[in-house]
Design a protein around this ligand. Structure first.
Ligand SMILES: NC(=O)c1ccc[n+]([C@@H]2O[C@H](COP(=O)([O-])OP(=O)(O)OC[C@H]3O[C@@H](n4cnc5c(N)ncnc54)[C@H](O)[C@@H]3O)[C@@H](O)[C@H]2O)c1
Length: 276
């Protein structure tokens, strides 16, 4: 979509972080935005901010993991706006930082339902409407954790690799149609991701405090990368030096990167643990 002006963009998880920044950036580029989030009040706040800045927005409460709710969202967007041109499947949650064998299967399943099935729902349920537009775009947010495996993050890693596989397949299948597809791989970004509901309470507070003081780019930087990828129909958008370096390491040493990275990743998590 070369010209975002006057387009209708749907953004999930737009109540905070990368989704909120992306909704604001798309509105700034002239799009009307359907702001979607599990947190109704947060969606309302983002929509209000867009309207205060002179843009057009509607707010929608939805759980992206639910097929029924996502079908209802498609109906609501179509009846309110009449069209959909851009869909940014961004909503996601973090899993607890723990060895795969220690994570309750119910948590594993929930992370897949939100991070993977949420993206599948948003992509496939809006697709028939996107195919009817002169030019349209789907953006699916993966992660560093979709480029490289980390120890102690199996559910999140699995979901983000799955998002990548699904998105790359979709891009291949939609060649020759008006619908472009981008997979986004943000590096560490300052958001409230580590407050994800599946993470244990005490750990959540300390991880959040640690992440706020230590690392991450701004969500606006990721939003800029997303808007550029939509305009240029890029297959992938990496954001941050960490993504670029990890991507390079995996390409150069696909068979041995887990050995090469084991020590730095362990040190990284040990530091996080020490802050608890
Ligand atoms: N922050 C990072 O360092 C980072 C890095 C790489 C990828 N990402 C990805 O970016 C995306 C956005 O995360 P963020 O960092 O902005 O976190 P965030 O927690 O600030 O924002 C996520 C938003 O998604 C919403 N949400 C959660 N579950 C939902 C559901 N079931 N249905 C609808 N909305 C739901 C939350 O209410 C929240 O507003 C996620 O997919 C995340 O995995 C983040």
């Amino acid at each position: 979509v070369k010209d975002i002006d006057e387009k209708l963009a749907v953004v999930t998880g737009a109540g905070s972080g990368i989704g909120q920044a992306t909704a604001l950036a798309l509105a700034g580029a002239g799009a009307a935005v359907a702001v979607c989030d599990l947190d109704r009040a947060a969606a309302g706040r983002t929509a209000d901010r867009i309207q205060d800045l002179g843009g057009r927005a509607s707010a929608h409460q939805v759980d992206v993991s639910s097929e029924v709710e996502m079908r209802a969202l498609v109906d609501a967007v179509m009846s309110e706006h009449g069209v959909a041109d851009i869909v940014v499947n961004n909503a996601g949650i973090m899993s607890d930082i723990a060895a795969a064998a220690e994570v309750p299967l119910s948590q594993f399943r929930r992370v897949m339902e939100v991070n993977f099935w949420g993206v599948v729902h948003g992509s496939l349920l809006f697709l028939p409407h996107l195919l009817g537009r002169p030019s349209a775009h789907i953006v699916n947010v993966s992660s560093n954790a979709g480029l490289v495996a980390y120890a102690r993050m199996a559910p999140y890693n699995s979901s983000k690799f799955a998002v990548r596989g699904f998105t790359e397949t979709l891009r291949m299948e939609l060649q020759g149609t008006p619908v472009g597809v981008t997979a986004v791989f943000p590096g560490s970004t300052k958001t409230s991701l580590l407050s994800s509901p599946v993470v244990d309470d005490e750990r959540r507070r300390s991880l959040q405090a640690w992440s706020e003081s230590n690392w991450g780019r701004s969500p606006e930087a990721v939003a800029d990368a997303i808007v550029r990828a939509i305009r240029k129909d890029r297959a992938r958008a990496l954001s941050g030096l960490d993504s670029t370096l990890l991507d390079l390491i995996v390409r150069v040493a696909p068979g041995s990167y887990s050995r090469l990275l084991a020590r730095p990743i362990n040190t990284f998590f040990a530091r996080a643990a020490a802050k608890r």
